[in-house]
Ligand binder design. Structure first.
Ligand code: DGL
Length: 273
């Protein structure tokens, strides 16, 4: 395995860019190949089998770009597909759920944790299962917030409609007196200020992207796969972006949340893989 090869990062669309952003922040020397499955988003309302099939196709595509490791930067795909694909492919694959669960279990003081995510992630029960394995005493309340993804995709990050919907979704969690809330969907960190305001100062918001980047860093170091210093510095292709549909919209969104301008996004036919 070439230590200077890129890391593959994928999501159902733009949301995983919040994870890519964190990887760039914590490991500025690494190359990244990002794939956003913009033609088939959302994954949150699809079946397990479908999400596993999509994830396999994306990993096959990323392997053609010679990636050295893969980050499933999508909670739904991590929930449904990580266990399957990590056995099927001969390279390290990590998801976002263990990282988010661990941070929450370490952060809670009263043992009451909330999780918000897509219907797929919440329905899978995976966050509860993983957190209970880490600490059987914690009480976990999970709530699906299916309208959050389209609100973010429409750019309604600070809007009264978003406030109203968030208040309704979060009222159940407020009633459970949680002190820690996992933003268990890639899009939700972009609604952090709204969610934080509604939940109040006493609730710690956990963004799994941060811990996922830490986990990736530890994994690359452990396997001697960290990119050599300056190896990718002058590479104009250091960060490459691929999508399955509508590249222009993706490029604009990526530029708005990443620390550097995204010049080009390439569209590929993912069904070929
Ligand atoms: N990326 C997905 C997740 O983190 C959210 C968007 C979707 O439903 O595909 O669960």
């Amino acid at each position: 395995m070439d230590r200077n090869a890129p890391v593959g990062v994928f999501d159902s669309g733009v949301g995983g860019l919040t994870v890519a952003r964190e990887i760039i922040r914590q490991m500025p020397g690494e190359r990244i190949i990002y794939f956003g499955d913009t033609a088939r988003v959302p994954y949150g309302s699809k079946s397990r089998d479908t999400v596993i099939r999509y994830s396999r196709q994306i990993i096959r595509f990323l392997l053609t770009r010679n990636v050295k490791a893969i980050v499933i930067a999508c909670n739904t795909a991590s929930a449904y597909a990580l266990d399957t694909v990590e056995k099927e492919f001969d390279l390290p694959v990590i998801g976002v759920i263990r990282a988010g669960a661990l941070t929450a279990v370490n952060a809670t003081r009263n043992g009451k944790i909330g999780v918000i995510g897509t219907e797929g992630t919440v329905g899978s029960g995976i966050y509860t299962e993983v957190m209970k394995q880490m600490n059987p005493q914690v009480q976990v309340t999970a709530k699906a917030c299916p309208l959050f993804v389209p609100l973010v995709e429409e750019g309604l990050l600070h809007d009264s409609v978003t406030d109203e919907i968030a208040s309704r979704y979060l009222s159940e969690l407020k009633g459970k007196f949680i002190d820690t809330l996992v933003l268990g969907c890639t899009h939700y960190p972009l609604l952090r200020s709204t969610v934080g305001r509604i939940m109040g100062d006493g609730v710690t918001l956990v963004n799994p992207a941060y811990e996922t980047a830490l986990e990736l860093r530890a994994l690359l170091e452990e396997r001697g796969l960290t990119c050599e210093p300056e190896a990718a510095e002058d590479d104009p292709e250091k960060y490459q972006f691929y999508v399955s549909d509508l590249a222009e919209k993706f490029t604009a969104f990526a530029t708005s949340i990443l620390p550097r301008q995204v010049r080009e996004t390439r569209k590929i036919d993912i069904e070929k893989y």
